[in-house]
Design a protein around this ligand. Structure first.
Ligand SMILES: C[S@@+](CC[C@H](N)C(=O)[O-])C[C@H]1O[C@@H](n2cnc3c(N)ncnc32)[C@H](O)[C@@H]1O
Length: 279
C-alpha cells in the first residue's frame, strides 16, 4: 500500500519516545523504533476523535492524567488478532491429557478453573469453554469456570456480546456450532451468538496484567497466549512468575506458538509444544 508522503500531523522523535514510555508504563507493551509509523497511524485516530491539531496537544492531555483518554490510548495500541481454536493442539491436550489428570487428582473441590489472560474478543475463552462443556458432560458432579480477562475495555465488550460472523467460526465444527451457538436471522443473518452453555461457563473482567490481579482462586490452567510477546522483558518475567503463584500444583501454563519462558523464570518445565507446568 502507498503511504502518503505528507503526514497530517507532525510527530517528533521526542513525542514518540514520550508516547511509548506512557504505553510501556501503562500496559507493559514495548514499542521498538520500527513501530513509529504504526503508533502514528493508531494514535492519529485519537487526535481526530478528540478534535486536536497536534501530538503535543494530545500528550498534554495525557500528562494531565485524563484517565478516559489513557484507556482509549491503550485500546488503540493493543493488537487483538485471535481466532477460535487457535493452536488447536492446546485444546486437544486439554481434552485428552490435562482434564483427565485434573479429575484424577486426590482431595480437591470439583470445580475446574481456567484463566484466559488476554482473551481479546472472546474466541479463546469460548473455545476453552466448549472443550470444558464436552468434558463435563462425561463427568457429572464436576463444574467448570473460565475467567476471561483483557486490558482493552472495548474488545472485552465485544467478547461479552459473543456475536461472530460465520466466517470467523470456520474452526468450529458443525456439531459444535449447532450445540453451542444460536444462528442469527434478519439483521443478524450471517452471524452467530454464543449460547447459554458457554455464557454460563465464562466470566469476563477487565484486568491489566501488569497491575495487581483480583484473583480469587487457584487455576488448573492459565492460557496466556500471544500476549507477553508484546511486553518488555521485565514485565514478561513478572507476569509469568505471578502466574505460578496462582496455579494449582498440577497447573498448566499455555503460551503462544512463538513465546517461550526461556531466560524468564525457572518455576516451570516444558512438557509439550508451548505447554508448561510447575516444577
Ligand atoms: C493478540 S491478542 C491474543 C488473544 C488470544 N490470547 C489468542 O492467543 O488468540 C493479545 C491480547 O492481549 C491483550 N493485552 C495486551 N496487554 C495487556 C495487558 N497489559 N493486560 C491484559 N491484557 C493485555 C490485548 O488487549 C489483546 O486483546
Amino acid at each position: 500500500m502507498n503511504r502518503p508522503l505528507i503526514k497530517e500531523y507532525s510527530f517528533s522523535g521526542e513525542e514518540y519516545d514520550e508516547l511509548r514510555r506512557i504505553i510501556g508504563d501503562r500496559v507493559g507493551i514495548a514499542l521498538s523504533d520500527g513501530k513509529r509509523d504504526l503508533v502514528y497511524s493508531r494514535v492519529s485516530r485519537r487526535l481526530r476523535a478528540r478534535g486536536l491539531s497536534s501530538f503535543a496537544e494530545y500528550l498534554a492531555l495525557l500528562r494531565r492524567g485524563d484517565e478516559e483518554e489513557l484507556a482509549e490510548l491503550v485500546n488503540a495500541m493493543t493488537t487483538n488478532v485471535t481466532q477460535f481454536f487457535r493452536e488447536a493442539h492446546h485444546f486437544e491436550y486439554l481434552m485428552s491429557r490435562m482434564l483427565p489428570e485434573v479429575i484424577g487428582e486426590g482431595s480437591r473441590d470439583k470445580v475446574i478453573r481456567i484463566w484466559s489472560a488476554g482473551c481479546s474478543s472472546g474466541e479463546e475463552p469460548y473455545s476453552i469453554a466448549i472443550v470444558l462443556a464436552e468434558f463435563l458432560d462425561r463427568h457429572p458432579g464436576w463444574k467448570g469456570e473460565v475467567w476471561a480477562t483483557d486490558v482493552d475495555g472495548a474488545i472485552l465488550r465485544q467478547a461479552e456480546e459473543g456475536v461472530y460472523s460465520i466466517d470467523r467460526l470456520k474452526q468450529v465444527s458443525r456439531d459444535r456450532l449447532r450445540r453451542f451457538f444460536l444462528k442469527g436471522s434478519g439483521p443478524n443473518e450471517g452471524k452467530a451468538r454464543v449460547g447459554k452453555t458457554l455464557r454460563d461457563l465464562v466470566q469476563f473482567e477487565r484486568v491489566n496484567l501488569i497491575e495487581k490481579w483480583p484473583v480469587r482462586n487457584r487455576f488448573d490452567a492459565i492460557f496466556c497466549r500471544n500476549v507477553i510477546i508484546y511486553f518488555d522483558r521485565s514485565h514478561k518475567g513478572q507476569v509469568v512468575e505471578g502466574f505460578s503463584e496462582h496455579l494449582r500444583p498440577v497447573g498448566h501454563l499455555f503460551l503462544g506458538h512463538s513465546e517461550s519462558l526461556h531466560g524468564l523464570t525457572n518455576r516451570y518445565r516444558l512438557i509439550g509444544q508451548t505447554i508448561y507446568r510447575l516444577r
